[in-house]
Design a binder for this molecule. Sequence first.
Ligand code: NDP
Ligand code: 2IT
Length: 442
Amino acid sequence: MYVMSIADIKAGLHTKYSHQTIFLQATDEFLKSLEESGLADDFSDEEFRRLERLLVPERIISFRVDWIDDVGKLQSNIGYRVQFNSALGPYKGGLRFDATVNEDVLKFLGFEQIFKNALTGLQLGGGKGGSDFNPKGKSDNEIRSFCQAFMVKLHHHIGLEKDVPAGDIGVGGREIGYLYGMYKLITNSDEGVLTGKDELFGGSCQRTEATGYGVVYFAEAMAMHHALELKGMRAVVSGAGNVATYTALKLLDKGVTVLTLSDRGGYLHKPDGLTEKDIKHVSQDKNKGIELKNCTVEGAIYNEGAVWGVEADAYFPCATQNEMNEAAAKQVAKSAKLVVEGANMPLDAGAQKVMKEAGILYAPGKAANAGGVSVSGIEMAQNAGHYAWTCEQIDGELQRIMQYIHLQCVECGTEDGKVDYVKGANIAGFRRVFEAMRKLGW
Ligand code: NDP
Ligand code: 2IT
């Protein structure tokens, strides 16, 4: 029997992967966009078959990671790499180290990454990996021991023209350094197989800042397209990690008042606006493992719970998936003009619906947070050419790519004069990957 509709494909996924609810949330959103676009109305059987294939990872690798903690005890975790789609180039996407990591979470992230990477216009396939290793409270020695053990297992499966990992939650510059150090030792090669490396050994200027900066460049393009100005707006930023920090700092540059930062425990709220010094101070404390409730920022109040009750003009969820639910979105919708995702899928399906019904300008992560992987792509190009670009060149290229992604969202997501950025991003990304799969004979 041939599959003849999107509804059949969706039903098939829900039957087979009923236990993978986060992955299904991501595929449901994508299939809804495809349905709304009408693109599949004339699909042949072959095209439906190809669509089914796009929804199944090309390969999932999982492995045990054994390491020794500071008291000499043998510890074990599970490591993964989801190599989702390589139609456009080598698998590319981050590694997440967090207690919540499992195959479901990494399949969702890998799936999102396919379309995000397609939108950048670069030659990048989609993948994601990581481990349920919890870095919280671990010593530097334990982090290094884990990273080295993880790479012993992962190195078989990655390569410059095969699969190029980077960072994500729990994996920053320090972890990338330890991972890359082990890769170099095992393989006796200096191919830049990871991105987000230190500039001392092949890293790119501005990769650390790229995701957050890109989020703001995207927000700026969105605002401009709708005759709004970021300057003078008040913004709520969630998270206090890499993406949140550089989103907040770039917002300051643009004349936006940044009211908040948050972590798993609660949020810091400074009604007069956090200064550059405040944001850098919080970031330094967080990098030392200090919780937000113990960070002292003059003029700021710490509250437990989620940040979404704070009134603002623009909201930048930069922490994690499903951090904003429908109830929170209703609070946000009271004052929001813009909601721009720095994290991957921070709005759940109910929250997305609220934004749509309220007519709020809302950009999904796969479009707005693509600046990180874009500069990763530029890092790969620099490594391949054995030459470092200047920071000015990289920032210029990052701005160009974010504007190009915005344009694609407008082209594929505009209906009745309104831009549906979710539909625009899904459809523009999909077209590129689907066409490549066809031409490759897949
Ligand atoms: P970091 O580890 O640097 O920071 C993560 C932040 O999110 C921390 O403040 C953390 O709080 C908070 N957080 C994590 N899990 C939860 C949770 N369950 N509830 C509430 N807060 C939580 O990660 P990044 O900044 O790199 O990543 C943030 C998001 O951005 C992720 O969705 C990631 O996939 C996405 N992203 C990252 C890119 C990158 O280049 N790094 C690129 C594109 C997207 P705490 O400090 O308490 O742990
Ligand atoms: O979600 C993401 O885009 C990332 N974590 C960055 C991926 C990358 O390869 O730079």
